[in-house]
Design a protein around this ligand. Structure first.
Ligand SMILES: C[S@@+](CC[C@H](N)C(=O)[O-])C[C@H]1O[C@@H](n2cnc3c(N)ncnc32)[C@H](O)[C@@H]1O
Length: 284
């Protein structure tokens, strides 16, 4: 609870200072809900380069669209960052709401999506979505908040805003996929892929693993991106191994294979299904 140290002592406070302190406490509590994301918070332009490099063959989009449908649907993108993925949903969805706790990213996403009449971007967190009950058909989150044990408040909140039959789809990196997963684990010694997989399986998610290719325009872009993702030591290893993977390739482009998990959980539909005397499910 290091943030408590930021608060003034109670006996120093005038009524006005009390009010200001209350506002600060509220802000700090909200901050405590937020998962630090230094890559996109502090290196937003490099993260844009990363987003453009990711999933060069649209494998994630293809597999995701086989599992959940957003055409004509009301979509929420939780932890939308600066809104990079929102236009893809907006192309066919009825409405899209991007939710993001980091204010500068909210403003940047709002600027990016200004020309899209069906898209709104709001400040908020996965634990407290600024949305009404049963107002969405698809809640999507990409490499945001839903990283494993501890994300239960966000799972409950997604259930609250989903309509019956709606789906929560979480797209995250696959630490079991090499070499990227090895680099992640080198920086996250306490992350246990077995624990994370067991957590999502217990929560009734299906898990589809996909291999994608990140395609960088050149060596500088690749190094810049890997340096915002990893500690200095691991980043230098990742840069060297990526160069080795691309040894002999023609042109400036570099390819890096990266694995993802697509986790999907559906909210039960409105029709109550009962089991017939023959043991087959039937609708009453
Ligand atoms: C790695 S970025 C991914 C951004 C975006 N989904 C993308 O793919 O471009 C993770 C995002 O999650 C946001 N975030 C952090 N804590 C959150 C929370 N509690 N609820 C929702 N989003 C959160 C961060 O501010 C950041 O924008």
């Amino acid at each position: 609870m290091g943030w408590l140290a930021e608060l003034p002592r109670a006996d120093d406070l005038t009524p006005m200072a009390w009010l200001c302190t209350l506002v600060r406490v509220k802000r700090l509590l909200r901050r405590a809900d937020v998962v630090p994301s230094p890559n996109i918070w502090y290196f937003t332009d490099t993260y844009e380069v990363e987003n453009r490099a990711q999933d060069a063959d649209d494998v994630i989009w293809a597999r995701l669209s086989e599992q959940v449908c957003w055409s004509g649907a009301d979509v929420v993108d939780v932890g939308c960052g600066d809104g990079f993925h929102l236009p893809r949903f907006a192309a066919t969805a009825r409405s899209v709401v991007g939710v993001e706790p980091h204010e500068p990213l909210v403003r940047r996403a709002q600027r990016r999506l200004a020309r899209y009449p069906t898209v709104t971007v709001r400040g908020g967190t996965a634990q407290r979505l600024p949305l009404a009950d049963a107002s969405a058909d698809l809640v999507h989150a990409r490499t945001a908040y839903f990283f494993g044990p501890g994300c239960d408040p966000g799972l409950r909140e997604a259930d609250r805003v989903l309509r019956p039959g709606g789906a929560l789809a979480i797209v995250d990196l696959d630490t079991r996929h090499r070499p990227y997963g090895d680099w992640m684990l080198a920086d996250l010694p306490h992350y246990d892929p077995d624990v994370v997989d067991a957590f999502f399986a217990r929560q009734d998610f299906t898990c589809l693993r996909v291999e994608t290719r990140w395609r960088f325009p050149d060596r500088e872009a690749m190094a810049a991106v890997l340096r915002i993702e990893f500690s200095a030591r691991v980043a230098e290893r990742a840069v060297a191994e990526t160069l080795k993977l691309n040894a002999g390739a023609e042109g400036d482009e570099l390819i890096l294979p990266v694995g993802y998990r697509i986790l999907v959980r559906r909210k039960p539909g409105g029709l109550v299904r009962s089991v017939s005397p023959q043991g087959r499910p039937s609708t009453p």
